[in-house]
Design a protein around this ligand. Structure first.
Ligand code: MG
Length: 167
């Protein structure tokens, strides 16, 4: 079993006049997140977990925030590109587990739609292979003060036999 684990973390600050996207889903919330892309903090953490497991670097290296082609891009599109890289390397996603940390919005009501969006971008990964959990911090830290949202993800990949990570 050629298994590889990866971890991803991201955080973005709230910003006015931006739509909020989390897990590829437009969320009904008064403020969005600041960022070069759509600032989907959950997808960014998932991308880094997948790239880390595959030895393919990190999101900043693949999709630099100086690249005009990535300005306001939907992060689901970036996730699809990462999925294509994994498919090309015969890397199969075993499972992805995630935590989204914020005081608001509540994540639970959007969980199923987020899973559907992520699985759609990940070559039809079964919904049972991805987990999304919302957490608050009881008022502590930047998430607790409502200044932004952070997300963490771990991903387990099965690489083809005899294939080593890219670097
Ligand atoms: Mg980010």
């Amino acid at each position: 079993m050629n298994l590889r684990v990866g971890i991803g973390y991201d955080a973005h600050a709230f910003a006015d006049d931006r739509p909020l996207y989390l897990g590829g889903v437009r969320i009904d919330h008064p403020r969005g997140l600041a960022g070069h892309s759509d600032a989907d903090v959950l997808i960014h953490a998932v991308i880094d977990a997948l790239l880390g497991a595959a030895g393919l670097g990190n999101i900043g290296r693949l999709f630099p925030d100086t690249g005009p082609e990535f300005k306001n891009i939907r992060s689901l599109e970036l996730l699809k590109k990462v999925s294509d890289l994994l498919v090309a390397r015969d890397a199969r996603i075993v499972n992805i587990d995630t935590v989204v940390v914020c005081e608001a919005p509540r994540i639970g009501p959007y969980e199923e739609r987020m899973k559907e969006a992520l699985c759609g971008a990940l070559a039809g990964l079964p919904a049972g292979s991805i987990s999304i959990k919302g957490k608050t911090t009881e008022g502590m830290g930047f998430e607790g003060r409502g200044e932004g949202i952070s997300a963490q993800a771990v991903a387990l990949l099965q690489l083809a036999e005899g294939v080593s990570p890219a670097e």
